[in-house]
Structure formats: C-alpha cells, structure tokens
Design a protein around this ligand. Structure first.
Ligand code: HEM
Ligand SMILES: [Cu+2]
Length: 570
C-alpha cells in the first residue's frame, strides 16, 4: 500500500514527496472538513451528481416498462408493480429534493454567491459545512430506504394521505418513514444554506456593490432562499404530523380518527408551489448571467426583472389550490386560485421577454453555455404556456392526473434543472477548475439532449389529451390506451438517446480536466465579480478586495467588437 502510493504520488494531487501523514491530513481538511464555500459547492455538486444518476436510472426503468410492459429491462430485469410505484416515488423525490435543490442552490449558490458579491467566503462558513454534511446524512438515509424490508416509499413524491398514512395501503412500512425523516433532514440542510446565502448577499457585499448592482443570479438566490424559508415550515410540520399518525395514534390526516386527509394536500402544496420556484428562479438566474455575456449586451430591464422575481415569489403563496381543483373544492374557491395562477405567469413572461429582448442587436458568441441556456428558455416557454391551460379549472378537470400534466412539469423542470444546470456547468467550469470544456463535444451534448428531450415529452402531451392517466404501471391493461403505445415507444427511444448523450459530457469532463484548454480569469468576457479573480480562485477568493464601480452586464464598443466593461475597477 505504502509502496504503491509512493509510486503514484508524483502524478497525483498529493505532491511529489510521497504521502506523509501531514499531506493526508491536508487532503482531509481540504476536501472533507472544509469550510471554504468553493469546496462545499463542489461537495454539493458531487451529491447532486450521484443522486442524479439514481434518479435517471429510475426514469429509464419506468420508461422501459411503459414502452415494453412486462419485459425484462436491461441492467435490472422485470419491473413488478410494487417496485414500479417505488421507483416512481424515488424518481420524483430524488429529482426535486436531492438533485434540483442541491445543484441549483447548494452547488451554484455556494460556489458563486460569495464570489459574485466580492466576499472572501460565506458569512457562516462552519454552518455551511454543517449544511452540506446534513444533506449527505439525508441522502444516506434516503438511499438506505432501498434496502429495507418492503422497499422504499411508494405513494408518489406527493405522498397524499390517506394512501401514505396507513402502511397497509401501500405495503410500505419503514421505507416510507425513512422518506419522511430524510426529507425533513434535507430541508434542514437547505434552510441552513439559505440563511448563509441571505446573510452573505446582504452583509458581505464588496464596496460599491449596491443592491441594485447585484448580478441577477444573486437576486434569484436571495428570492429562492426567502421562498424556501417561508414555505418549508408547513411541510416539515406536516411530515411530523404524518409520522405521528403512522406511529403514535394521532389522526391529523385520517378521517376515521376525526382528521382530514385533504389537510395534507393543502400543507404539501402550500409548500410545493413555492418549491418549484425555489428550483426555477436560480435557473432563470443562470440564463440571466449567460445571455448578456454571450450577447455582449446589457440585460434588458434589470429593475423590472428584480421586481418580477419578487412578484412571482409573493404570488407563489396564493396559487397552491390549483393542484386541488378535482379534490371536491367549491367552484367559488377554484375561481380565485385560477385567477392568481394566470396572473403569476406575467412575471415569468416579463423575464422571458427580457431575455429575448437582450438578444436584439446582439453580437452573439457561439458557445456551449449559451446554446444550453437558449434551448432551456425555448423549452421552458412551452412548459409555462401549458401551465396556463392547467390553471383553468374546466380544462384541469379533464387533464388532471394525465400525462399532459407529466409533460407540462417536465417541460418546466427539465430546462431548469438539466439544461439550466448544464448551462451553468459549462459556463462556470473554467472558473471552478481552471480548464475549459471542449466546445465540439459540448455542442453535440447540448443538441442531442435538447432534441431528444422534445421527443420524450411532446408525445406525452398528446397521450394526456387522449386521456392517458399518469402513474399507471402497465398501459396495456386498458384497451383504450392501446393506440397510444407508439407514443410511449417514441418517448422511451428518445430517453435512451438522451441518457446516452450524457456520455459525451462525462468524456468531455474527464478529457478537459486532463487536457483541456487552460482558462484565464475571464475566459468568456463576463462582467461580474467572479471573473475578476483567478480560475480557480484562491482560498479567500480575491488577492485584493474588489471595488465595484458600475452595474453588471455593460459592454463597450471597440474596433474588434464589443468588449466587457466589468463591474470592478482595475
Ligand atoms: C430524462 C429525463 C426524464 C425522464 C425520462 C423522466 C420520466 C418520468 C416518468 C416516466 C415519470 C412518471 C410519470 C407518471 O407515471 O406519472 C416521471 C415523474 C416525475 N418526474 Fe421525471 N423524468 C425525467 C426527468 C425529470 C427531472 C429533471 C425532474 C425534476 C427535476 C423530474 C421530476 C419528476 C417528478 C416530480 C415526477 C412525479 C413523480 C410522481 O408522480 O410522484 N423528472 N418522470
Ligand atoms: Cu403549483
């Protein structure tokens, strides 16, 4: 062991002189017990990536079963009905709570907020370390539920009562308790992280960086943190109440004990709708950074965008019952929720129009981060528009719980988490690693992912309009669904292409870390503070504390085209 380590040491990160205890100790401190926000951001990225593989595998299993019911799925075998429900539940939960939030808030938020505001670290570095560890604990508890008797949770990621309240209904015992505990712990982690983001963005800004000069990505992180702070409580409370119903004889959600099963839906969606914006807003933040950099133009309507972010946040607390139009609620109550839902599309339309307006008269630079951001915006548009249909109770009565809804929310979540996530990774990878990702592989990765995605979910809008209900194990049980089988086959074929395309990304990362072009401080011509320091930035980020002298996203005309007029004074 000693021998082989010594042999490899000169080529490894551990230095030339072999491995001493002191160096191992350094490794441990640097990568495990680190309070550096950049390392913590990368730790979040690691957790999100591992969980993303599990979530994608679940998607593959479901898609296989839907296209070829009852046949043996490669790498798994035949998927039986109870495990189908479990994989469905795990897919949704993992994607929302263990991929989307850790990636968009944990990884990008932690890595970028201190850099973008010109701080040396987060306001509370130790709390930051505790938060990523808490997320690690939550992930471990969550994954452990795959290995307990009766398997993991299986009542859908929404876990409606009474289905979830009584183990007899789903056949799942401990697995669901682990779900409840893991999600509770996960939320605790995100709350700690949010406190850090808020305090850092408000109190540690560089000299001259007024609030209205903040990069829009930082604004989206602030709004998302506030949203989560206000919305997490109801679901955390509901989780404790459900645990009590299952184990300690209470009846909050059980009609036969005097409780209300509908109460769970209210608490879940009072949290759940703001939650989708907690994911969506930071993704918009990424587009809002990427667009001006590659358009070489200031973002259109900065102040209006900031107002729109807050407006959407406020409105997100008064739309939750649009998930419950078919729950037996009165028509008089459905109407105001329908109206708020339609109103809430306005701030998002404003942000999208501002993004499109930014491209007017642009000097477009073709680069992978931009292509990912552009395809995300285009995809998200269709997700947003179909949401307006669902906001009408009359339409929703028919489409509720069909594949139309599944297509709608994937058209909003996929561009936010996957396309938006990749836009961010390609854009900030040079800052994080000091190397640029390859452009040719990157553009193929983007093109294939974008096009394949459309073939996965466009057909499912059609299936939904044709009456195909969601969360079914085997569509071939129903004669009226038989003509829709080709749609499932197209969706599954495209899923295989989509997943295979991710190999291009893996190859690109490995190759670029090893051989990629070395990145300068500001390889894309950005204007915000993260580009003022070296790539990767040193511990404590800036050799000299930066001074901010102007708004972000300004470009000056020069003979060879527009050049960045960065925020900092140099
Ligand atoms: C390759 C990409 C993806 C594919 C092929 C896929 C596929 C699926 C399938 C087949 C379902 C079950 C639909 C049903 O029967 O109701 C589903 C549900 C779901 N997916 Fe995805 N998905 C993908 C990506 C994502 C992403 C990126 C997210 C979120 C960030 C996500 C979140 C969800 C949620 C929340 C559910 C609902 C689960 C439930 O009904 O409890 N998915 N997905
Ligand atoms: Cu909603």
């Amino acid at each position: 062991m000693e021998e082989s380590l010594r042999h490899r040491a000169p080529h490894s990160a551990l230095g030339r002189a072999g491995v001493s205890f002191a160096q191992l100790d350094t490794f441990w401190r640097k990568w495990v017990f680190s309070t550096d926000h950049k390392v913590i951001g990368l730790q979040y990225l690691g957790i999100a990536s591992v969980m993303g593989v599990v979530g994608a595998f679940a998607a593959y299993l479901m898609r296989w079963q839907l296209a070829f019911p009852g046949s043996s799925a490669p790498l798994y075998g035949v998927l039986d009905p109870p495990p189908y429900n479990a994989w469905l539940t795990m897919h949704g939960t993992i994607m929302m709570f263990f991929v989307a939030m850790p990636l968009l808030l944990g990884a990008f938020g932690n890595y970028l907020v201190p850099l973008m505001v010109g701080a040396r670290d987060m306001a509370f570095p130790r709390l930051n370390m505790v938060s990523v560890w808490t997320l690690g604990l939550a992930s471990a508890i969550f994954l452990a539920s795959f290995f307990v008797e009766e398997g993991p949770a299986a009542a859908g990621w929404t876990n409606y009562t009474p289905l979830s309240a009584d183990p007899a209904f789903t056949g799942v015992g401990v697995g669901f308790d682990l779900w409840l505990v893991a999600v509770f712990v996960d939320f605790a982690a995100v709350l700690m992280s949010g406190i850090n983001v808020l305090t850092t963005a408000l109190n540690l800004r560089a000299s001259g960086l007024t609030l209205m000069r903040l990069p829009l990505f930082v604004w989206t992180q602030i709004v998302a943190a506030v949203l989560f702070l206000f919305s997490a409580g109801p679901l955390m409370g509901a989780i404790l109440m459900l645990l009590a119903d299952r184990h300690w004889g209470t009846g909050f959600f059980l009609a036969d004990r005097g409780g209300s099963p509908l109460l769970w839906q209210h608490l879940f969606w009072f949290f759940g709708h703001p939650e989708v914006y907690v994911i969506l807003l930071p993704a918009l933040g990424i587009f809002l950074e990427v667009f001006p950099t590659f358009a070489r133009r200031p973002i259109a309507a900065y102040g209006t965008i900031v107002a729109a972010l807050w407006a959407s946040a406020a409105l997100s607390f008064v739309v939750w019952a649009h998930h419950m139009f078919v729950s037996g609620m009165s028509v008089q109550l459905a109407l105001p929720f329908s109206i708020t839902t339609i109103i809430i599309s306005v701030p998002f339309a404003i942000v999208l129009f501002a993004l499109i307006a930014t491209l007017r008269g642009a000097e477009l630079q073709s680069a992978t981060p931009f292509w990912f951001a552009l395809s995300a915006v285009a995809t998200f548009l269709l997700g947003g528009v179909t949401g307006i249909f669902l906001g009408s109770p009359a339409v929703d009565m028919y489409l509720h719980d069909t594949y139309f809804v599944v297509a709608h929310f994937h058209y909003t979540l996929f561009p936010s988490v996957v396309l938006g996530g990749f836009a961010g990774i390609y854009y900030w990878f040079p800052k994080m690693t000091g190397r640029l990702l390859g452009e040719r592989l990157g553009q193929w990765h983007c093109g294939l992912t974008f096009v394949a995605f459309q073939f996965v979910f466009l057909p499912l809008f059609v299936a939904g309009v044709a009456g195909h209900m969601r969360r079914v194990y085997d569509p071939s049980y129903y004669a009226f669904l038989e003509p829709l089988l080709p749609l499932h086959r197209v969706a599954t074929g495209a899923t295989l292409v989509l997943l295979a395309a991710q190999i291009l990304f893996l190859v690109n990362v490995v190759w670029s870390l090893w051989r990629g072009r070395v990145a300068a401080s500001n390889p894309w011509g950005g204007t915000t503070l993260e580009w003022a320091t070296t790539s990767p930035p040193p511990h404590e980020n800036f050799a000299v504390a930066p001074v901010v002298v102007r708004e972000p996203y300004l470009y000056a005309r020069a003979a060879a085209g527009r050049v960045p007029n960065p925020q900092w004074s140099s």
